[in-house]
Ligand binder design. Structure first.
Ligand SMILES: [Zn+2]
Length: 188
C-alpha cells in the first residue's frame, strides 16, 4: 500500500469515527481533521519502516573500552497499542562494550524508531535492550524506561503524575552490583 492509499483509508476511517461520536465531519473546525489525523498517525508510526539494528551499526567502531557507557534522560513519545493514546517520558541506557562502541547520537535515534511504533512500555524497554545486544554484542546492556500514560491519567484510573518504571537487562547486568552502579548514575 502506498502512502496516498494509506492516507485515503485513514481519512475515511476518521470521518466515520467523527460521525460515530455524534460529530459533524463537515463543520468548519473538523473539515480538515481527517486529513490531519491521517498524516499525524503515519508520522507517529513511521518507525515501522526503519531498521534500528542497522541504525546502530551505521556508526559502530572498534574500541578497547570495556567500562560502562551510559546515555541517560533520552526523551521519548510513543502511542500505547491498547488505546492509541500517548505515553511518554525518559529512557536510560547503558552497555559494557566488548570491542564495539556506537556513536552516541545513534542510541536516541534507535529509541525514536521503537517509540514511533504502537507499543506497550514493557515491550519498548525490552526491544531497546535487545537491539543494543544484537547490534553491538556487548558484555551486557540495561534499559530503564520511566513514563506517564495518558490512557491511565486521562481516564482517571490513577492520580495525575503517576509514573511507571520498567527495566530490562542482559549479560553482566544480571549482577546486582552492576545494576546498582547504573541506577546510581541515572539517579544522580
Ligand atoms: Zn493504554
Amino acid at each position: 500500500m502506498n502512502r496516498e492509499e494509506q492516507i485515503e483509508i485513514l481519512k475515511s476511517t476518521c470521518r466515520k469515527s467523527l460521525e460515530a461520536i455524534g460529530e459533524d465531519p463537515e463543520r468548519e473546525g473538523l473539515v480538515r481533521t481527517p486529513e490531519r489525523m491521517a498524516r499525524t498517525l503515519l508520522e507517529l508510526t513511521k518507525g515501522y519502516d526503519m531498521d534500528p539494528v542497522a541504525t546502530l551499526r551505521s556508526a559502530m567502531f572498534h574500541e578497547d573500552y570495556d567500562q560502562m557507557v551510559v546515555v541517560k534522560d533520552i526523551e521519548f513519545y510513543s502511542l500505547c497499542e491498547h488505546h492509541i493514546l500517548p505515553f511518554f517520558g525518559k529512557v536510560h541506557v547503558a552497555y559494557i562494550p566488548s570491542g564495539n562502541i556506537v556513536g552516541l547520537s545513534k542510541i536516541p535515534r534507535m529509541v525514536d524508531i521503537f517509540s514511533h511504533r504502537l507499543q506497550v512500555q514493557e515491550h519498548l524497554t525490552r526491544q531497546i535492550c535487545e537491539c543494543l545486544q544484537q547490534a553491538l554484542n556487548p558484555l551486557g546492556a540495561i534499559v530503564v524506561v520511566e513514563a506517564q500514560h495518558m490512557c491511565i491519567q486521562m481516564r482517571g484510573i490513577e492520580k495525575q503524575g503517576s509514573q511507571t518504571t520498567t527495566m530490562y537487562y542482559t549479560g553482566v547486568f544480571e549482577n546486582i552490583e552492576k545494576r546498582k552502579e547504573f541506577l546510581n548514575i541515572i539517579q544522580r
